[in-house]
Design a protein around this ligand. Sequence first.
Ligand SMILES: Nc1ncnc2c1ncn2[C@@H]1O[C@H](COP(=O)(O)OP(=O)(O)OP(=O)(O)O)[C@@H](O)[C@H]1O
Ligand SMILES: [Mg+2]
Length: 137
Amino acid sequence: MIHLEFNSESENEGIARVLAATYMMKFDPTMEEMADVKTAVSEAVTNCIVHGYEDDQGKIFMDISNEGSVLKIVIEDFGVGIPDVKQAMEPMYTTKPDEERTGMGFSFMEAFMDKIEVSSESGKGTRVIMEKKVTGK
Ligand SMILES: Nc1ncnc2c1ncn2[C@@H]1O[C@H](COP(=O)(O)OP(=O)(O)OP(=O)(O)O)[C@@H](O)[C@H]1O
Ligand SMILES: [Mg+2]
């Protein structure tokens, strides 16, 4: 198990993505499985930075673990939170349509991982739990 704590700076998104990919190397993953996990991590961390903390600085936690060949990644922020998680997870729903957001982040996480669970409380933060069975080559 790895626990990573980092600041909500965009350069750290790449580090989080690479760490997740490195952790899963022990399963001898396919290129596609690696790309899927990297995309999901990237979307979740970007959400913490862009939405969770907006223009503020804050901490982001990432836990990476596995049970057998099932990879589990937890990404958590302590920012503004999501008032309606079900609505936020709908394809193309975004609260920042004026920027380059398309509202597809959660949809990508759902598509590329086997399981995603989002819990959030306004003013407290957001936790995303994702799992994926890595079948490998
Ligand atoms: N960590 C978070 N903290 C607060 N709000 C969040 C968080 N993650 C997502 N949201 C809310 O859920 C909405 C949908 O997120 P999603 O990632 O699907 O789309 P997006 O970030 O708006 O656009 P895209 O990911 O395509 O750039 C966001 O617009 C935002 O309102
Ligand atoms: Mg997003």
